[in-house]
Design a protein around this ligand. Sequence first.
Ligand code: PLP
Length: 383
Amino acid sequence: MKVLFQDLQKHNDRFSPHFQQCLSEVLDEGWFLHGKFTQSFEKAFAAYCEVKYCVGVANGLDALTLIFLAKKDLEKWEDHDEVILPAHSFVASAQAVVLSGLRPVFVDIDEKDFLLDVSLIEDKITSRTRAIMPVHLYGKCCDMVEIGRIAEKYNLFILEDAAQAHGAFYEKKEGHLSSSTSKRVGSWGGAAAFSFYPGKNLGALGDGGAVVSHDEKLINRVRILANYGAPQKYAHDYLGRNSRLDELQAAFLLTKLKFLDKDNQRRQQIALRYITEIKNPSIILPYSAEKEASRQSVFHIFPILCRERELLQSYLHERGIFTQIHYPLPLHRQRCLLPYVRSRGSFPNAEKTALQEVSLPIGAVMEEDEVEYVIHNLNAFRL
Ligand SMILES: *Cc1c(COP(=O)(O)O)cnc(C)c1O
């Protein structure tokens, strides 16, 4: 049997007739940028994320960067003001900070779920700290209640990097009270950035991204900055950039959005089987059952840890099972970020994850016998 890490072809084949329809509708319209499909998608995606506003942009990196640039303008943040973010993420999270003229301040991740360790945040706050950037890595929402508490205490902005977590919820039970808070990723912070890179849970057939927020002023500024800094045609009040979600991608995304919850549910089913059925002392699973009860992941990635990663990967590969690594180098060791790292080597969990992480195959179109095959082979693996 051959189990791909992610079968994008099969994933998108399901929508093929819809995509053809989208193409002919956009062609009929004869209008390719800033048109009615983008508008409809923005509206639908804002509603999906339970926020008031959404702006479609060219990609996830732009979404992150435009939020920072808008905030900097509006709040008079200065160059080298600081943003707190995890040391373990895709490089875009940190590049957006630096490209906005801000300074990344890394914190280590939690050993068990690989997300920003909230207990380490307060130690990193200085008079120059302006924002916290939780990354909902692998599809799982960070502890937004605690991050919200810290942000409020120190008057910090929260930018959610939700590029891997379309549709995830964060739920918090309120102690002995039976009430609970349950909100979608993207609706917790001051703003959130999404990516529609083809492989993401909601993926375009090319690049795409979005900024979502409750804050009208911020959203307006993002929209202006994404359009050459022009509030009105040919009146360029700001130095902006050109960052657009095009009509065709918006039409594709509008179609796929309708299937997102169902696709995410399928990923969760697979993840649940992995969590309950993989039993091998050489393999560490990411999620404790107790934590899983209060936080939902949409499992963009299913990460495991193995001390002998190369052996495990080649063992699986010999059996036709394809895996990946997310990510082999922590942010504080990326060459482009070295000038911004103050204390090197104090991120033990990020280091360990970078050395030991293996991403198992997962996806909305993965078949039950494929899941079975992966579990069977993992359980038979011996170091
Ligand atoms: C994919 C991703 C991005 C960037 O998205 P692009 O659309 O590729 O620019 C940012 N942050 C994280 C965590 C991502 O996974």
